[in-house]
Design a protein around this ligand. Structure first.
Ligand SMILES: C[S@@+](CC[C@H](N)C(=O)[O-])C[C@H]1O[C@@H](n2cnc3c(N)ncnc32)[C@H](O)[C@@H]1O
Length: 257
């Protein structure tokens, strides 16, 4: 068993296809909802930096924070190759003391559900608020799992680059509604162009949310964050969603008061 986050080169490929749609949505949301011009952006849990690199390419000043040094090293090397730069910080997103303030932040694809306790979740949202300027945004995307959802879900992705093909399977192996935890197993099978193979297996917990629990969580910080818009993983700026039990792939656009 290893940590899939210790393999940024494989991790990065799995989600690469989503990047363009996410970045286009970020810019559309900045335009539609921000009460200030967005020039500087921050990503907690930036990982291999597909989003930071794309935002830097668009001339935003970007800062990424992650717990995993291998992810940050991968991102630093990626930026160096393109002659771009970003500030990279190794740290925990549950309570952040950052060197400056930003116009906007984003955190998509369930990274937020790595925060397992109420204390860490609220600590994250409040410490981020301390570093986002009034009128600035936080784009926060994560799965909401309704009470009648299938608990045994399995998802699979395949992706290739010039060097290898990655086949990733994500399965829910434990589901505990009372303690608001699910345990996921990710299996990554890698086939290199020379025929050699590699397998990585990781088990990790994520916090569970129903729609009501997500609402309560956002209400608990509504002195600093207001909900400006609600979307889903289609990332269509013209298609706002309601906060109801049909909202599973939620993307909240929060605005700093
Ligand atoms: C699902 S990956 C997402 C990476 C990136 N945001 C993306 O969309 O490609 C989650 C990342 O969050 C990081 N992470 C998990 N818990 C964290 C914490 N408490 N503080 C900072 N980073 C954390 C992991 O190391 C990993 O790189």
């Amino acid at each position: 068993m290893t940590d899939w986050y210790d393999h940024p080169e494989y991790f990065d490929l799995i989600f690469a296809d989503e990047t363009d749609a996410e970045v286009a949505f970020f810019e559309a949301a900045f335009e539609k909802f921000a009460g200030r011009t967005i020039q500087s952006v921050f990503e907690p849990g930036c990982g291999s930096g597909r989003l930071i690199a794309a935002m830097v390419d668009l001339d935003y000043e970007a800062t990424g924070l992650d717990l995993n040094q291998k992810m940050l090293d991968f991102l630093a090397a990626r930026l160096e190759k393109t002659g771009h730069s970003a500030e990279l910080i190794r740290g925990d997103m549950s309570a952040m003391k950052l060197p400056k303030t930003y116009d906007a932040a984003f955190c998509t694809f369930n990274t937020f559900r790595h925060l397992l306790t109420e204390e860490d979740v609220v600590g994250h949202l409040r410490s981020l608020a301390d570093h986002i300027e009034p009128g600035g945004l936080y784009i926060l995307g994560f799965h909401i799992i309704p009470l009648d959802a299938d608990e045994e879900e399995v998802e699979q992705w395949e992706a290739s680059n010039d060097d290898f093909t990655v086949d990733a399977t994500l399965a829910v192996i434990e589901f505990d509604r009372d303690n608001r935890r699910e345990k996921l197993k990710v299996t990554i099978d890698v086939t290199h162009k020379d025929g050699s193979t590699d397998q990585i297996e990781t088990v990790f917990p994520l916090r569970l949310y129903t729609c009501d629990e997500a609402s309560e969580m956002l209400q608990s910080v509504n002195d600093v964050w207001e909900i400006a818009g609600i979307y889903d993983f289609d990332y269509d700026i013209d298609e706002e969603r309601d906060m109801d039990d049909d909202l599973c792939d939620a993307v909240f656009v929060l605005r700093r008061k």
